[in-house]
Write a protein that binds this ligand. Structure first.
Ligand code: UD1
Ligand code: MG
Length: 508
C-alpha cells in the first residue's frame, strides 16, 4: 500500500470546497538554490506535488497555482503532475496577500468556501485539510485558519486570541512584540474562507509592515474588525503544518515524511531493520513480510512483494521486486525483478532489465534492456545489454554483450539450456542456440547453432625453453630450472605416468 497518510484514512468526498489556491510564487530566497522553492523534492514528490496530493480529496472544481519565481519550471512541472490545474502568474512577488488576490481574480466565478494554502507545506495531510474545512463549516465561519502549537515558533506568524479564546489577528514574527513572540500557537499558512469575503478583504490589505509586503494574514484581522465570524482550527498533529523555507527545514521535513512512511509500512507488517537509514518514497509500495535492510532506498513507483529481501545498501528506482527475491547491494532503475530472483551483491540493473522467476544476476554485473529467462544465471563480472537469454542458461564469468558498433545498438539472443564459456564477447547481432556451448575466451561473431560448441579463439602454442634463453638469471628462470630438475628426478625414479583421462576433453 502507498503510505502517504498512514494514520488518517482519506474520507471519500466530492467538492467540499469550490476551489483550491496554492501559493507558489515566492522566491524562496532562503533555500539558496536555483531551483524554485516549491520544486524541491522530498519523499518522491516536489513540495508542490505533496500539497496538491493532500488537497486532491477535497474535490475542488478548480485548482489554481500561483507561480512567479521560476514560473517556467513550476508551470512545466504542473503540466506533468496536475495538468488540469490553472497556472496563475503573479508578475511581481508583492506578498502572499497579493498572490491570493491574483489567484481569486483568475477564478471570478468561484463562490463559497475556498482553500488557500502555502505551497511550502509538504507534510499537510488530506485528513488535516478535511478537518479544517469541516471545522469551518460547522462553526459557520467566514474565515478559518489552520493553527498549530509548536515547540519552536521562530519565524512564523503568531495567532492572537482574545481573553475568551477567539482568534483576533495573525502577527508576523518580524512585526510582533516580545509578548506576542512568546505565543506558541502559529499560523500554518492554510486558510479556508468564503470567496467573496476574502476577495473583498484582500482589496484592503496594505503593505505597512517590516517587509513592505501585502500579507494574506492581514485578511483575518480585517474580517474580525468587520465583525465577521473568524476561527482558528488547531491541527491534531502540529508536524503536518510545518513549512519549509531553507535546506535545514527541507531535510527535517524529509525525515518526518520518511518516518511517517516507515511507520505505516511497519504497522502493515514490513520488516525495517534500520529506520534511520531506510528511505521510502510515498509513491513506493511494500508488502507485508518484505525485509528492508539498512541503507535501502525505494524510490518512485517501486514495488516490493512479500518475502522479498532488499539491501543492505540498495537503491531501487521505479523497480518491481517479486515475491521471495533477494536484492543485495544493488542499484536498479526501471527493472523488473521476478519472484525468487537473486540480484547482487554489487549489481547494476538499468532500464529494461527483466529477470524471470529464479534467475540470478550476480556480482559486478550490469544489465540493460535485457531479458533473463527463468532460472538463467549471469553470476559474475559481466555486461548484458540488449539481450534475450532463454531459460536455465548459464553465462560464463566476465562476458560482454558487445551491443554497440559506435552508431547503433544490436541485439544478442542466447537460447535455453545454453552454457557459454568464461570471458566471451558476443558481438551483436548474434545468437547462440538452445543447448549450445561456447568456449572460454571466445569472441562470438557468428551464430552458434543449437547444440553446437562455438569456439572462436587462437590455438595455444608453447615455446619450450624460452625463459632460460630470453630471461636467464631471473627468479623465473631459476624456478623453471628447479621444476625441470624435479621432473627429471621423478623420471629416474620411474614414477608411473599420470592416469589417462585426467586432461580436459574439450575446450573450457
Ligand atoms: C507565511 C505566513 C506565516 C505562516 C507561515 C507558515 C504570511 C505573510 N506569513 O510565512 O504567518 O506562519 O507562512 O509557513 O503569509 N508567496 C507567493 N507570492 C508572494 C509571496 C509569497 O506566492 O509574493 C507564497 C510563497 O511561495 C509561499 C507562501 O506564499 O508558498 C508563503 O510565503 P513565505 O515567504 O514562505 O511566507 P513565510 O515567511 O513562510
Ligand atoms: Mg514559508
Amino acid at each position: 500500500m502507498s503510505q502517504h497518510e498512514p494514520s488518517v484514512p482519506t474520507p471519500a468526498r466530492t467538492s467540499v470546497v469550490g476551489a483550491v489556491v496554492v501559493l507558489a510564487a515566492g522566491q524562496g530566497t532562503r533555500m539558496r538554490s536555483r531551483t524554485p522553492k516549491v520544486l524541491h523534492e522530498l519523499g518522491g514528490r516536489t513540495m508542490l506535488g505533496h500539497v496538491l496530493a493532500a488537497a486532491e480529496p477535497l474535490g475542488a472544481e478548480q485548482t489554481a497555482v500561483v507561480v512567479g519565481s521560476g514560473r517556467e519550471q513550476v508551470a512545466g512541472h504542473l503540466a506533468e503532475v496536475a495538468p488540469l490545474a490553472l497556472t496563475v502568474v503573479q508578475e511581481e512577488q508583492l506578498g502572499s496577500g497579493h498572490a491570493a488576490a491574483v489567484a481569486l481574480d483568475a477564478l471570478p466565478k468561484v463562490a463559497g468556501p475556498v482553500l488557500i494554502v502555502n505551497g511550502d507545506a509538504p507534510l499537510l495531510t488530506s485528513g488535516t485539510l478535511v478537518g479544517l474545512v469541516d471545522a469551518h463549516r460547522s462553526a459557520g465561519n467566514v474565515l478559518t485558519v489552520l493553527t498549530a502549537e509548536v515547540a519552536d515558533p521562530r519565524g512564523l506568524g503568531r495567532i492572537l486570541r482574545d481573553a475568551a479564546g477567539a482568534v483576533r489577528a495573525i502577527v508576523e514574527e518580524r512585526d510582533a512584540d516580545e509578548a506576542q513572540r512568546a505565543i506558541a500557537e502559529v499560523n500554518a499558512g492554510v486558510y479556508v474562507g468564503d470567496a467573496a469575503a476574502v476577495r473583498e478583504a484582500l482589496t484592503r490589505v496594505g503593505a505597512g509592515n517590516q517587509q513592505g509586503e501585502q500579507y494574506l494574514t492581514d485578511v483575518l484581522g480585517l474580517l474580525v474588525a468587520d465583525g465577521a465570524r473568524v476561527g482558528g482550527h488547531r491541527a491534531a498533529d502540529a508536524a503536518d503544518t510545518l513549512g519549509c523555507n531553507d535546506q535545514r527545514e527541507l531535510a527535517a521535513r524529509r525525515r518526518t515524511m520518511n518516518d511517517r512512511v516507515l511507520d505505516g509500512l511497519m504497522r502493515a507488517g514490513v520488516v525495517v531493520i534500520d529506520p534511520l537509514t531506510t528511505w521510502v518514497d510515498v509513491t513506493a509500495e511494500v508488502a507485508a513480510e518484505a525485509v528492508l535492510h539498512p541503507g535501502t532506498q525505494l524510490r518512485g513507483a517501486t514495488t516490493v512483494a512479500g518475502g522479498a529481501v532488499v539491501g543492505p545498501d540498495t537503491t531501487l528506482v521505479d523497480t518491481e521486486v517479486g515475491e521471495g527475491a533477494s536484492v543485495v547491494r544493488a542499484h536498479c532503475q526501471l527493472a523488473v525483478i521476478g519472484p525468487e530472483v537473486s540480484v547482487g551483491p554489487f549489481a547494476y540493473l538499468r532500464p529494461g532489465t527483466r529477470l524471470a522467476r529464479g534467475a540470478k544476476v550476480g556480482t559486478f554485473v550490469e544489465t540493460k534492456n535485457a531479458t533473463v529467462g527463468q532460472g538463467s544465471k549471469v553470476p559474475h563480472l559481466s555486461y548484458v545489454g540488449d539481450a534475450t537469454i532463454g531459460e536455465h542458461s548459464n553465462i560464463g564469468a566476465a562476458s560482454v554483450f558487445v551491443n554497440y558498433d559506435g552508431v547503433a545498438k544490436h541485439h544478442t539472443t542466447i537460447g535455453s539450456h545454453a552454457r557459454t564459456g568464461a570471458d566471451n564477447m558476443f558481438v551483436a547481432p548474434v545468437s547462440v542456440g538452445d543447448g549450445a556451448y561456447t568456449a572460454a575466451g571466445s569472441v562470438i561473431t557468428d551464430d552458434v547453432p543449437p547444440g553446437a560448441m562455438g569456439v572462436a579463439r587462437a590455438h595455444q602454442r608453447n615455446v619450450g625453453g624460452w625463459v632460460a634463453k630470453r630471461r636467464p638469471g631471473t627468479p623465473a628462470a631459476a624456478a623453471a630450472e628447479a621444476a625441470e630438475a624435479r621432473a627429471g628426478e621423478r623420471a629416474e625414479d620411474q614414477l608411473p605416468d599420470p592416469a589417462p583421462g585426467t586432461s580436459s576433453e574439450g575446450p573450457r
